[in-house]
Design a protein around this ligand. Structure first.
Ligand code: NAG
Ligand code: NAG
Ligand code: NAG
Length: 618
């Protein structure tokens, strides 16, 4: 027994050695591999070019091969957005889901116009063995409109360049290629016999015994009226609030990247002959939102856009947007959509006690390409041990964001990715540790000071009981009770004011999300009324006190009340400035820079108020 297990481990050790040797050697010269069969399909139906190649690789050499190289023309590699290689393990034709293999760019010394990738095999391919691989890749910006400019009544034609032969670092015994085009209108395609076109498919091959790296340029020219919706920039902000919702705000700069529009635009033609006019333009955009999305809005620089439809059933919510004008080639719109989703649908508890967000990464719009995507996840205040898990490469940075009443700021995890296609719209996770007590931090901050003050007063009166025998101390106690009572009432009124100002701040946050100036103004009116009323109440409380105790109360709360009033005024100024900025439709950068000085003073005042409250504790 012992000796056999030793033999086995020795065998394994030598195996590892061979592996090591092979992998370092293969970087220089590819193993003696041959592709016995390639079945390649190219989908040219949308703006994204998708190819699948089913290949069968055989090892004709003496040494085992641990990797297989893939070749892509460098021209196409620049547009590659997605590459996934899978293999179906086991024998037979069972359609088990493939095992995804690790793929890395390979620094080969091949020709400069070819880019290589290295696929790591699950187990080394021995002499005479074969492995079947499925290679799926997707490219954006590969279809070139030609002509590059078209009029309103023209259809859009595009060019696609590729090779009739599958580009491979190894010789290929038998191969075929089929290109699916979106319409029957094919202007031309390069013929490399045998090649033919049938039922919207251009077929090349079968070709036999093509040497390694043979490239035979072909061009197909065909009609493709698919809207080439390209988002130049998308910023998604996912804000987690442990009060029950996640708020998602998405800012788009969208362009039609197809053939540029030339000549005038006739809305009459567009509406009266929709089939013969603006075939490649788009007037609708469809977004698939989570099923329980709520508070959905859609606005551009001018304001809310109401010509959008929201349909929802149990499984999904669909938002169909209609921009103010149809989008032709080269035209551009910027807009913002926002929605909320229930917290419990996307935030869960992990086994290690942390929470995690599990939500989709890309844009909810169907069939868009996003050139620059930034996803910001704003975690609740006090979150720690943050990590993001994403199934492909994206740049990650951690930042801190401050909002109203945040004491330590919120952790923001920012993920950046270029060239994002629908394939990237998969779930990603952000893990964080979060203490429910921290949830109470904000409201506590408001009341803690008052509470401390209150507690101090109670201690004060209790202390007094022990000496309440003589009539002078009785009088003193009477006075203190009056003070206590007044302070309690003042506390209650101050709390009401704090709630009113919180409402005003909330309306500013809503304004930033929805651009709804009217609602923010209404909130301001309400707050102003409340502040006036409570100011009267405060005055009444002080007036009702006998003069002797009034000065005692004032000594205690005077500076506090003054500072609090100043803080409220600063908040009102901030509100006025913000609303004005929105009314003038300033850019968000401009708005931020205008509001910043007020926000600074406001933050300082809040700090002072809370310090004064702490002082009362002593
Ligand atoms: C690379 O350049 C060589 C020499 O010009 C050419 O023969 C070959 O077809 C090119 N390959 C690709 C993939 O463009
Ligand atoms: C995230 O959600 C997806 C889709 O609902 C699910 O398939 C996946 O298992 C979830 N991931 C984790 C880590 O829970
Ligand atoms: C904009 O839309 C939001 C959400 O539907 C709505 O609450 C708000 O009243 C609208 N604002 C304006 C200015 O119409």
């Amino acid at each position: 027994m012992a000796s056999s297990s030793m033999r086995r481990s020795l065998l394994a050790a030598s195996f590892v050695l061979i592996l090591f040797f092979v992998s370092s050697a293969s970087a220089a010269a590819p193993a003696n591999l041959v592709i016995s069969k390639v079945d390649r399909k190219i989908d040219l139906v949308s703006q994204v070019v998708r190819t699948t190649a089913q290949i069968k690789v055989e090892n004709k050499g003496m040494e085992p091969a641990s990797e297989v190289l893939l070749a892509v023309s460098s021209e196409q590699a620049k547009s590659m957005a997605y590459l996934r290689v899978t293999t179906t393990e086991g024998r037979g034709k069972s359609k088990a889901p493939g095992v995804v293999l690790s793929v890395k760019p390979a620094e080969g010394e091949g020709p400069a116009n070819v880019t290589f990738f290295s696929v790591e095999l699950p187990k080394p391919l021995g002499k005479g063995e074969a492995v079947a691989l499925d290679i799926y890749s997707a490219y954006s910006h590969l279809l070139k409109p030609f002509p590059v400019e078209i009029g309103q009544s023209d259809v859009q034609l595009v060019l696609f360049h590729d090779s009739a032969y599958y580009l491979s670092p190894y010789p290929v015994k038998v191969q075929t290629t089929a290109m699916r085009v979106p319409s029957f209108r094919v202007e031309s395609f390069t013929k490399v016999e045998p090649s033919k076109i049938t039922d919207g498919e251009i077929k090349y091959g079968p070709y036999e015994n093509i040497p390694a790296l043979t490239y035979s340029p072909i061009t197909a020219h065909f009609e493709n009226n698919e809207p080439f919706a390209v988002v130049k920039d998308l910023e998604r902000e996912i804000e987690i609030s442990h009060w029950g919702n996640i708020y998602i705000t998405e800012k788009y700069r969208l362009t039609h990247a197809g053939a540029r529009h030339k000549g005038g635009f006739s809305r009459f033609d567009y509406q009266s002959k929709p089939s013969a006019s603006g075939a490649a333009s788009f007037r609708h955009l469809l977004a698939r939102l989570p099923s329980r999305a709520h508070s959905v809005y859609y606005r551009d620089e001018i304001g809310n856009i109401s010509t959008s439809h929201l349909r929802s059933d149990l499984r999904k919510t669909e938002l169909e947007l209609e921009p103010r004008y149809p989008l032709f080639g080269g035209w551009q719109v910027t807009f913002t959509i926002g929605y909320g989703v229930p917290l419990q649908d996307f935030v869960f508890k992990a086994e290690d006690g942390r929470r995690f967000l599990n939500i989709t990464f890309g844009s909810p719009f169907v069939n868009v390409v996003v050139e620059n995507l930034v996803v910001k996840v704003v975690l609740p205040e006090g979150s720690t041990e943050t990590t993001a898990l994403i199934p492909f490469h994206a740049e990650q940075t951690l930042k801190t964001k401050y909002t109203y009443l945040d004491t330590v700021g919120r952790t923001v995890i920012e993920l950046t990715k270029k060239n994002v296609i629908p394939e990237h719209n998969v779930n990603f996770q952000v893990y964080y540790r979060f203490n429910s007590i921290a949830l109470l931090a904000e409201p506590l901050l408001l009341v803690a000071g008052f509470f401390a003050f209150f507690a101090a007063c109670i201690a004060y009166t209790h202390f007094d009981f022990s000496i309440s025998k003589s009539s002078s101390s009785y009088q003193a106690r009477q006075l203190r009770e009056e003070v206590l009572d007044a302070v309690q009432r003042i506390q209650k009124v101050m709390n009401e004011r704090a709630v009113a100002s919180e409402k005003l701040e909330a309306s500013l946050r809503d304004l930033a999300r929805t651009g709804n100036v009217a609602a923010s103004k209404a909130a301001r009116k309400e707050t102003d009324v409340k502040l006036k009323e409570t100011a009267k109440d405060l005055k009444a409380i002080l007036d009702s006190l006998p003069a002797s105790s009034r000065s005692t109360v004032l000594a205690k709360v005077d500076t506090l009340m003054q500072k609090e009033r100043e803080m409220q005024e600063k908040l009102q100024q901030k509100h006025t400035i913000t609303v004005e900025a929105y009314e003038k439709k300033l850019s968000s950068k401009e708005i931020d820079s205008r509001v910043a000085p007020y926000q600074q003073k406001l933050t300082a005042l809040k700090q002072e108020v809370s310090e004064l409250l702490n002082l009362l504790d002593d």
